[in-house]
Design a protein around this ligand. Structure first.
Ligand SMILES: Cc1cc2nc3c(=O)[nH]c(=O)nc-3n(C[C@H](O)[C@H](O)[C@H](O)COP(=O)(O)OP(=O)(O)OC[C@H]3O[C@@H](n4cnc5c(N)ncnc54)[C@H](O)[C@@H]3O)c2cc1C
Ligand code: SF4
Length: 477
């Protein structure tokens, strides 16, 4: 009988791919985790208990067949593992790198609950697809038959791209419009290279382009082209524009020079990594080099800013957050990475105002956690008299994002939005209040995750295909 390759969690310990030393990673924007060697990937995959009810799968937004591709990896059947993995996920190597696995698949791994470390699902997923790229198993998009109908997608982030992939494979003519000069959305200009190297995103862009997806870049819908024009040109439209309006800070001095928005800061840094000329970095406006940096916020964007500032050569980097470590929205894994790289966290600290113009200090109000609010989270409240000045030459605001007012910007009053300004759309189909117009990703959910945008894009593409088929049937009658 063949030897059982699985259930090794009792004898084999959890082992993540090697993490580069903090001293080395402070110096560049390369990813911090190395790739598994083949034997290590097999060994780690073999720890899966193949439990009857895989909670990892049900807690993965894409319902990936995780136990199946772990078993195939452990058996050395990597190409089959890749086939299973890519059947449910458009960009498995991207999710393997940047999903908050501790809150999703790995956070629900049964062997973790029995006291053994979780299976390293994300790292194995990344390994499978990176190998598939190296081995040439990632096939170009080649529709069996071309269709005459077309779909216009506004936004080349993960939501729009996942939909483009599904539609193009079905033979639909797809045009993606984006206001940036490169596709990828926040994968390209938000998330830094130390979490997701840019060539990983760009090779997906090339794959889509080679498969016949047309990209119209540097095209801001509402300015360079009107929404109505796109709607008239295509049989259906998908809105996947994400959320880009930064939440702002109030308080005396908040308009001072040297106080900048997180996304402006990260975009400039990402552009530099592409080799672009970035005047705001050259002038120092969006450059942390030689500066005392304070980042305000406790989410993943704040974590990306503090770690970028370290790599730019800041003299000190501090993160100001009004709650404590246990109650921050950002991933604990990222906080640990940031601390290793030299970031200091000032918990229970809120900005009250700013001194100087250009800024010289943040006026910090010390907080404590009070009674839980309606959501069950303890509300921070100020401790009277507990204030101090935190010296700063660059302050980065990372307080989250809200949707732009699309109905007004695009002159589409018919496009219904929620009271938060996100587009009202059916959660499974993405159908909006306008016939033939669909919406997915952050513009529907509010600031969320890449894996949810992919899920939405795939689901909505299926619904768009139904819509196109129904329209064809009516035309044929
Ligand atoms: C700094 C940062 C770090 C993050 N880190 C992670 C992480 O580690 N893991 C994770 O899962 N998620 C992370 N996220 C969240 C994740 O990036 C988003 O949830 C995801 O990208 C949303 O996908 P999307 O396709 O809806 O929108 P986006 O990725 O925002 O793409 C929208 C696209 O639409 C384009 N667009 C917008 N308006 C127009 C217009 N009028 N005309 C033409 N084009 C337009 C934009 O240029 C953009 O390219 C992070 C977010 C930020 C800001
Ligand atoms: S897509 Fe994300 S949640 Fe799903 S298995 Fe991969 S890493 Fe886990």
């Amino acid at each position: 009988m063949a030897k059982q390759p699985m259930l090794k969690f009792v004898t084999v310990e959890r082992d993540m791919p090697e993490k580069r030393a903090a001293e080395a990673r402070r110096e560049d924007f390369h990813e911090i985790y190395a790739e598994y060697a083949d034997a290590k990937a097999k060994e780690q995959a073999s720890r899966c208990s193949q439990c009857g009810v895989p909670y990892c799968q049900s807690h993965c937004p894409l319902h990936n067949n995780i136990p199946d591709w772990l078993r195939l990896t452990a058996e050395g059947r990597l190409q089959e593992a890749y086939q299973v993995s890519q059947a449910t996920n458009t960009f498995p190597e991207i999710c393997g790198r940047i999903c908050p696995q501790d809150r999703l698949c790995e956070g629900n791994c049964v062997i973790e609950q029995s006291g053994h470390g979780t299976v390293t699902i994300g790292a194995v997923e990344k390994y499978i697809t990176d190998t598939a790229w190296e081995e040439g198993w990632v096939e170009p998009i080649a529709p069996a038959q071309e269709r005459a109908d077309s779909v216009g997608i506004i936004g080349a982030g993960p939501g729009g791209l996942a939909a483009a992939d599904v539609l193009r494979r079905a033979g639909v003519q797809v045009t993606v419009y984006d206001r940036y000069d490169r596709g990828g959305g926040l994968l390209t200009y938000g998330i830094p290279g130390f979490k997701l190297e840019k060539d990983v995103v760009m090779r997906r862009m090339e794959q889509l382009e080679q498969g016949g997806v047309e990209f119209v870049l540097n095209c801001d819908v509402g300015k360079d082209i009107q929404f109505e024009e796109i709607r008239n040109k295509h049989n259906a439209v998908l809105i996947a524009t994400g959320v880009y309006k930064s939440r702002d800070l109030q308080g005396p001095g908040s308009g001072a020079k040297g106080i900048v928005k997180a996304l402006d800061y990260l975009t400039a840094s990402n552009r530099l990594c592409f080799g672009d000329k970035v005047p705001e970095i050259e002038s120092g406006e969006l450059n942390a080099e030689g500066k005392r940096v304070v980042v305000i916020g406790g989410g993943d964007t704040a974590m990306d800013c503090v770690r970028t500032a370290i790599r730019q050569g800041a003299t000190s980097v501090k993160c100001l957050y009004r709650r404590d470590r246990e109650n921050m929205p950002g991933s604990q894994r990222e906080v640990q990475n940031a601390e290793e790289e030299g970031v200091e966290f000032l918990w229970l600290s809120a900005p009250k105002g700013f001194a100087g113009d250009p800024v010289t200090a943040v006026k910090v109000q010390q907080m404590r956690l009070g009674q839980p609010d309606a959501t069950g989270r303890q509300s921070p409240e100020p401790i009277e008299g507990a204030e101090h000045d935190e010296p700063a030459d660059l302050v980065i605001k990372a307080l989250g994002f809200e949707p732009e007012e699309l109905p007004t910007l695009w002159n589409q009053e018919e496009l219904e939005v929620t009271r938060w300004g996100t587009i009202k759309a059916d959660f499974t189909t993405g159908q909006t209040s306008m016939p033939g117009v669909f919406a997915v990703g952050d513009i529907v959910r509010g600031a969320s995750l890449v894996v949810w945008a992919i899920r939405d894009g795939r689901d909505s593409a299926a619904a768009i295909l139904d819509h196109l088929n129904a329209a064809q049937s009516v035309a044929a009658e």
